[in-house]
Ligand binder design. Structure first.
Ligand code: ZN
Length: 159
């Protein structure tokens, strides 16, 4: 199976059976994001907690929404990758993903995506289709907003 075939298989599977799909009633952050150019929309729910080492972690991450296969699969893959991670590591993954899909370099078909992204890295091919980049980054942008909102809330001392 080459990377393009694997990409198709994984995207279709996640679009059909999205993981971590549903509402999170006790979420600490809830962000709605949409991509009008394609008609994608989603709501991301994040529940924060603390690791044994005292780091802030994303205890639970879920989403609801609808849209094209890429937007829904990307959201599903994103939740799998960042769930249980610290906020700092989640933000690092987000930047890695953003750079991967917006790179202007032509992807070398033999180049494997960064391993820390797991299957989410298979979306690297969307950089060849600029109008689909927004579909792929929709969930990750919502994640960025959720992390920022939570940081501000904590900074304001409301926690
Ligand atoms: Zn889309």
């Amino acid at each position: 199976m080459d990377l393009d075939e694997l990409y198709q298989t994984v995207i279709l599977d996640h679009a059909k059976r999205p993981r971590n799909h549903g509402e999170l009633p006790d979420a600490d952050a809830c962000v709605h994001a949409d991509n009008p150019s394609c008609g994608d929309e989603l709501t991301l729910y994040v529940k924060f907690g603390e690791s044994d080492a005292g780091d802030e972690v994303l205890k639970d991450v879920k989403f609801t929404g609808q849209g094209c296969a890429i937007s829904q699969a990307s959201a599903s893959l994103m939740t799998l990758r960042v769930r249980g991670k610290s906020s700092i590591d989640a933000e690092k993954l987000r930047v890695t993903f953003q750079n991967l899909v917006t790179s202007t370099a032509d992807p070398d078909p033999t180049d494997l995506p960064p391993p820390e992204l797991g299957d989410a890295g298979l979306l690297q091919g969307v950089r060849r289709f600029p109008q689909r980049v927004k579909c792929a980054t929709l969930a990750w942008n919502a994640l960025k907003q959720a992390l920022e909102e939570h940081r501000h809330e904590k900074g304001a001392g409301s926690a």
